[in-house]
Design a protein around this ligand. Structure first.
Ligand code: G3P
Ligand code: CA
Length: 269
């Protein structure tokens, strides 16, 4: 008897190390990139903001309080907003000891330095434009920095770089500035709005709790500006069981603090 047709192959999702391998090293530092690479990760995610004197730096919060020793070094500068400090001031801060004594001396990286480390560790980059409403013009500056560091050649544009943001305006701006650059919207647009998103962005990155198979399939039904189905990367998934559920929904990427755990749960990822 003829055998039953086999199911089409389902490729395992990409695994992306959220703020680097941030369960094991201080988030958004070169140590977190290095740890991600050491765990066999191929993608890191980061967050980009801007200093008072216009330097791009990699940090998640709008303030330095949680992930640096700014309160100790600059006790009279509360609430320690990133945009109120110069690059030289931020370079003095320790961005590792809050996480563990072994990381004492780790710094807040500039974007330029971070990009060099990502390259050196053969990682791909999901770059988040964080809080762009605080930093007018930051999109143009980020695109310029990516170009200066060699991240806008065909190889990087096609395979190694995605820019994401919660801001539609930022993504539209990036798409206009550098049409070859792939972007992703951080959120879950209504299905009816996916065609509009697909005119300027290549993916939608929703939190895991908001996802369903129907939604992932709907997103895959639209083609982004670079001729591929809208990609769906979900966050933040840190355990094997949830990773298998996410893979079962058909997502293209899983953003995680523990890339080793997720890779072990998903053979082929
Ligand atoms: O990559 C998704 C995730 O980074 C968005 O949330 O707050 O960690 O930047 P957050
Ligand atoms: Ca982020």
């Amino acid at each position: 008897a003829p055998s039953a047709p086999s199911a089409p192959p389902v490729s395992a999702p990409q695994v992306l190390a959220h703020r680097g391998a941030s369960a094991y090293a201080p988030e958004n530092t070169l140590a977190a990139v290095s740890r991600a690479a050491g765990l066999g990760s191929t993608w890191v995610e980061n967050d980009v903001q801007r200093t008072k004197d216009g330097e791009l730096v990699v940090i998640h919060d709008d303030t330095l309080a949680r992930t640096t020793d700014a309160a100790r070094v600059f006790p009279d500068r509360a609430p320690w907003k990133v945009r109120d400090f110069t690059a030289a001031e931020i370079a003095r801060l320790d961005a590792g000891s809050w996480f563990g004594a072994a990381f004492t001396g780790t710094r807040v990286p500039t974007l330029a330095r971070y990009l060099r480390a990502v390259e050196r560790h053969h990682q791909n980059l999901l770059l988040e434009i964080k809080s762009p409403e605080l930093y007018p013009g930051v999109e143009r500056q980020i695109v310029k920095s990516l170009g200066d560091q060699g991240w806008l050649d065909a190889r990087h544009l096609e395979h190694r770089l995605v820019v994401q943001s919660f801001s539609v305006d930022s993504l539209r701006t990036v798409h206009e500035l550098e049409p070859g650059l792939r972007t992703a919207y951080l959120g879950r647009p209504a299905t009816a709005n996916l065609p509009a998103f697909a005119s300027f962005t290549d993916g939608v990155n929703p939190s895991f709790g908001s996802l369903s198979t129907g939604y992932v399939n709907a997103a895959h039904g639209f083609t982004g500006p670079h001729g591929r189905p809208l990609a769906v990367f979900t966050w933040t998934v840190n355990d094997a069981d949830t990773a298998r559920k996410a893979a079962g929904l058909g997502v293209d990427g899983i953003i995680t603090n523990k890339p080793d755990v997720i890779r072990a749960a998903l053979p082929g990822s």
